[in-house]
Ligand binder design. Structure first.
Ligand SMILES: Nc1ncnc2c1ncn2[C@@H]1O[C@H](COP(=O)(O)OP(=O)(O)OP(=O)(O)O)[C@@H](O)[C@H]1O
Length: 473
């Protein structure tokens, strides 16, 4: 069995009254669940479950032949993955308690309230989807395999953390649940969004929108469209990008930049799959899968009151974080080779050979612009390259101006042994920085008395005086 949940989620309604079955099915269909089976003969339920994959069952307890009370434990035993919601008459408190003890997921009192039915089914389907993911993740944990390597073909990596991200995405790609991708600028978030779409099995398009800099009007109009006459100049109704993404994926980039009003609209879209075109009072439904990305620290933004807490928690459902390049230095040689080849091909040149010391130099650089910066650097070097071994000049021009990151585990980029100096300076300090720091601390302890501070530091007053004069103000 593939780890990806490709089939749309299926609901089975069991009741001996055909009218109830038909009306519940129609409510579920209207709410967007198209795959609903009905069964009025309780004797046929178990054979049906042998043939068909079902995610949630709404089971009437009082039926002729085999009752729901008798069926429930058999379903739970033979198909523990199915979530069963039982439907009871109002005076059956004890029966409900027993059913819950016997493994029912939820219960409803008859006559069935439509709102209650929809909420309970939605919850059960979400739980079912989570259990699917969990069992797929468990099986992945013991292997390093990818079921869909082709979806990640454009993402060059051999890093373990990135491979774990790929495996997680394979598990959740088919679920249609929203996904949030976090990571610094240039780490490959958009490539990942594309891969999620490619693996989802959706027939619709992949549509991307960068929301940075859009005010609420622009955001709503671009995404949700408008009705005719909604504002001056709106002489035609126009669909938004969400319509283009129907049955496909909508990628919203830079969601950390969304203003307050747009955040509320995004929350509604994520929670209810609903939106209003600008100027319209008629709500529309969307089945587009939403993938979002940000390079901002959303938790920090919540503290500053710039991002909604409820939206954040909604985004947390499926979240992947892409490590910065400095935390996956084992990818640098692979990426160097990939970008050399790509640039040479684009520029119609022979792929240059990099000097061996280049890889070492690159592993010392912190890459604040991550893979995008690396690609630009290599592309520039190939552009300037004429023949023979690739020149180090382009790299030196950038890297030479930066202090190298401390050496450590090349795969994680973490400094060896967690130096306490990093805790004080925020980075591994230079000797000059340490000297300045010690002098200023000693002067504080000696309350400005240079003779005493000199003694603390183990140097003469005059030497200290000289050093103090040579320090930057
Ligand atoms: N692992 C990778 N392999 C090959 N190319 C990569 C990889 N990661 C990123 N890139 C390239 O780096 C560039 C930046 O990637 P991308 O736009 O996906 O980053 P991002 O995280 O979305 O950036 P931003 O936050 O600035 O929008 C693109 O040209 C992309 O093709």
């Amino acid at each position: 069995m593939t780890a990806i949940n490709k089939h749309s989620q299926r609901i089975l309604l069991v009741d001996d009254e055909m009218v109830i079955l038909e009306s519940c099915r129609s409510c579920l269909n209207t709410a967007g669940w198209s795959d609903v089976l009905i069964e009025s003969d309780s004797r046929l339920v178990l054979p049906l479950l042998e043939r068909e994959e079902v995610d949630v069952i709404v089971l009437d307890l009082r039926m002729p032949n085999i009752t729901g009370i008798e069926l429930l434990p058999q379903i739970v035993r033979e198909h523990p993955q199915i979530k069963v919601i039982v439907a009871t008459a109002s005076n059956e408190v004890e029966t409900v308690v027993n059913c819950m003890k016997n493994g029912a997921f939820d219960y409803m009192v008859k006559p069935i309230d439509v709102k209650r039915l929809l909420t309970s089914v939605k919850k059960a389907l979400e739980m079912r989807s989570l259990s699917n993911e969990l069992s797929a993740l468990k099986s992945y944990m013991f292997s390093d395999r990818l079921d869909h390597p082709e979806a990640f073909a454009g993402i060059v990596t051999r890093n373990k953390a990135m491979r774990a991200v790929f495996q997680y995405l394979e598990v959740i790609a088919g679920t249609r649940q929203p996904v949030t991708i976090t990571g610094e600028t240039g780490t490959g978030k958009e490539l990942i969004a594309r891969a999620i779409h490619d693996m989802s099995g959706c027939s619709g398009d992949y549509v991307a929108l960068n929301v940075a800099g859009l005010d609420d009007n622009m955001f709503s109009d671009t995404l949700f469209g408008h009705r005719k006459g909604a504002f001056t100049g709106a002489d035609q109704a126009r669909d938004g990008l969400i319509t283009r993404a129907a049955g496909g994926t909508l990628f919203l980039d830079e969601i950390g930049d969304l203003n307050e009003m747009s955040q509320i609209k995004l929350l509604r879209l994520l929670q209810e799959q609903e939106y209003y075109p600008v100027g319209s009072d008629f709500v529309k439904k969307s089945d587009a899968r939403i993938v979002m990305a940000t390079n901002r620290d959303l938790q920090e933004m919540i503290k500053q009151g710039k991002f909604r807490n409820d939206l954040y928690y909604r985004l947390c459902g499926h979240r992947v974080h892409l490590p910065p390049l400095r935390e996956r230095r084992d990818d640098i040689p692979l990426l160097l080779d990939h970008f050399l080849e790509k640039a040479a091909e684009r520029l119609g040149k022979k792929k240059p050979t990099p000097p061996p010391e280049l890889a070492v130099m690159l592993t010392l650089y912190p890459f604040p612009g991550n893979v995008r910066e690396f690609e630009a650097m290599v592309s520039d070097a190939v552009l300037r390259h004429t023949s023979g071994v690739l020149s180090m000049e382009t790299f030196r021009a950038v890297i030479g101006n930066e202090r190298p990151a401390p050496q450590g585990d090349p795969a994680t980029g973490k400094a060896d042994g967690e130096s306490p100096l990093c805790g004080i300076f925020g980075h591994f300090p230079t000797l000059d920085e340490v000297e300045q720091y010690m002098i200023s601390e000693a002067m504080k302890m000696a309350k400005g008395n240079q003779g005493l501070a000199g003694k603390i530091l183990g140097m003469g007053r005059q030497t200290l005086n000289k050093r103090l004069k040579s320090q930057p103000a």
